[in-house]
Ligand binder design. Structure first.
Ligand SMILES: Nc1ncnc2c1ncn2[C@@H]1O[C@H](COP(=O)(O)OP(=O)(O)OP(=O)(O)O)[C@@H](O)[C@H]1O
Length: 262
């Protein structure tokens, strides 16, 4: 894929971010930006700081130094629910779904932010709340069709194979209609066919909804294939930032990462 034709303005900028846990420096002076509509991958060996960076972006961690700017405005220390309100959705390395609930109900939880009627309003204006519930369900059904999970819509998530659970988690994340979608190893533990499906869905989301995607992924084939741009971290420092072609030919990256691990 080629990048430049589709990417827009910078929507998120992280400037000089440093984050430590006790004596462990997870991130050191990292600056990066995320441009609207792009598919940006963050790669690097285990412990390089990739998940920490996503956690800074969506407000799970607050860096000791540096600043995050969202649509040109410095953000300050925010919590994940505030990041969600800004339009930043997230999936996790370990699936975080309600295992006893059906696929449909799990995806509905992703619509919470879009619900207007609160509990009291639901009690007072039953009709209106019901109309809203129907509209939300319709949206969820569209997502179910989009991700081709119609056949399992009533199945409790805990009974599904791993690959499908990952797809349901993706469905729940896009149910929030995010501007920026953070995906933390969405293909980990998948077989080749499941990975191909997941790649297709990620690209479709990016294309069909214009959703900006930041992806952490260890599979280099996948990263080089689908990314518009790749950022490389190593020991908490940024050592590469460019097109897949640039990164593949960056001597620092080759030395620190591609030739050695994974
Ligand atoms: N909550 C935490 N408490 C203490 N140390 C942490 C915490 N989160 C991350 N770290 C440390 O920060 C460093 C970066 O970890 P991080 O999980 O961000 O790396 P990563 O690149 O995502 O690794 P992986 O590919 O293994 O998921 C590691 O040394 C890790 O042990």
């Amino acid at each position: 894929m080629n990048p430049q034709h589709k990417t827009g303005d910078v929507i998120l900028a992280a400037e000089n971010i440093s984050l430590s846990f006790g004596g462990v420096k997870a991130l050191t002076d990292i600056s990066l930006d995320v441009r609207e509509h792009e598919l940006l991958s963050i790669i690097g060996p285990n412990g390089a700081g990739k998940s920490s960076m996503l956690n800074v972006i969506n407000g799970v961690y607050h860096p000791q130094q540096g600043q995050v700017t969202w649509r040109g405005k410095p953000r300050g220390a925010i919590h994940p629910h505030e990041a969600a309100r800004m339009g930043i959705a997230r999936t996790f390395q370990n699936i975080a779904l309600f295992k006893g609930m059906s696929v449909l109900d799990n995806i509905m939880t992703g619509r919470n932010l879009k619900m207007h009627a609160n509990f009291l309003q639901q009690a007072l204006w039953w009709g209106r709340a019901q109309r809203e519930e129907m509209a939300q369900r319709e949206k969820v059904e569209q997502i179910i069709d989009f991700l081709e999970i119609q056949a399992i819509r009533k199945t409790p998530v805990g009974r599904l194979p791993y690959g499908l659970q990952k797809r349901v988690e993706l469905a729940r994340a896009i149910a929030a209609e995010p501007t920026l979608l953070l995906l933390d190893e969405p293909m980990a533990g998948m077989n080749v066919e499941e990975k191909q499906d997941m790649c297709r869905f990620i690209l479709d989301i990016n294309d069909a909804f214009g959703t900006t995607i930041v992806l952490i992924e260890h599979d280099m084939g996948v990263v080089m294939d689908i990314s518009d741009r790749v950022i490389v971290l190593d020991y908490g420092k940024k050592i590469g930032d460019g097109t897949p072609h640039d990164v593949r030919n960056n001597p620092d990256v080759i030395a620190a990462y591609l030739g050695t691990r994974h």
